[in-house]
Design a protein around this ligand. Structure first.
Ligand code: MD6
Ligand code: FE
Length: 219
């Protein structure tokens, strides 16, 4: 047995499992793939109870991304501002509970990225149709900025925009595909980020859509 064999195997690996994105931020390629069917079923059940809707920004614009939530609190926007709300303003009921497969995936991805013990209390579910986009923003409505954010991409691939701590910092463009998980914390926790307009396509499991789950510790 020679060590050359191991060198060759390492070189043949398709791509690194962890791709650094910035200080404290990384992409775990295909990390959610093994749980894709359970995730798809759970999303459908949540959307039955708390339908996807296009929120209005405080400035009065209708968001092109459709959103819903699960967990103890949900992220909502209206003319009065952004907030985490324990009640879905559309149904006047509590948000659906976070399914175990969601919480376990988020915990495992965070641990893999170096953030053990992540216990999210909120999951925002974004649905993108071709052309939908999310402009550069910071996630700063959470009380606990020590906890990371875990972001799961499903369905059509997208270009994730990852900037710096100032809005004017030119963002990197990172392709995120079905099953990829972005973990985001520490010095990057308040980095500006967004999603470029979704290109059209047809995904075998999700059709003409991208779904994104963002897990947070909001309270
Ligand atoms: C999206 N994601 O990927 C929107 N926020 O559809 C986010 O806004 C986001 O992916 C914080 C950390 C990771 C994210
Ligand atoms: Fe965000």
């Amino acid at each position: 047995m020679t060590f050359d064999l191991f060198d060759n195997l390492a070189e043949a690996a398709p791509e690194p499992a962890i791709e650094p994105l910035g200080d404290g931020a990384m992409v775990l390629r295909a990390f959610a793939r093994a749980r894709e069917e359970a995730l798809a079923r759970a999303i459908a059940a949540i959307a039955e109870a708390a339908p996807f809707r296009h929120l209005i920004t405080p400035g009065g614009f209708r968001m092109s991304v459709a959103m819903t939530n699960c967990g103890k609190v949900g992220w909502v926007s209206d003319r009065t501002g952004y907030r985490y709300d324990p009640v879905d303003p559309q149904t006047q009921r509590p948000w659906p509970a976070m399914p175990p497969v969601f919480a376990e995936l988020a915990r495992d991805a965070a641990a893999r990225a170096g953030y053990p013990g992540f216990a999210p209390d909120a999951c925002l579910i974004n649905r993108y149709a071709p052309g939908s986009r999310l402009s550069l923003h910071q996630d700063r409505d959470e009380l606990d900025l020590d906890a990371p954010i875990v972001s799961v991409s499903l369905g059509l691939p997208a270009v994730f925009l990852f900037g710096g701590l100032r809005r004017a910092d030119r963002p990197a463009r990172v392709r995120v595909a079905h099953g990829d998980v972005v973990v985001w914390g520490g010095p990057s926790r308040l980095a500006y980020h967004g999603v470029a307009p979704l290109a059209d396509g047809d995904h075998p499991a999700f059709g003409r859509a991208r779904l994104n789950l963002t897990f947070r510790k909001a309270r």
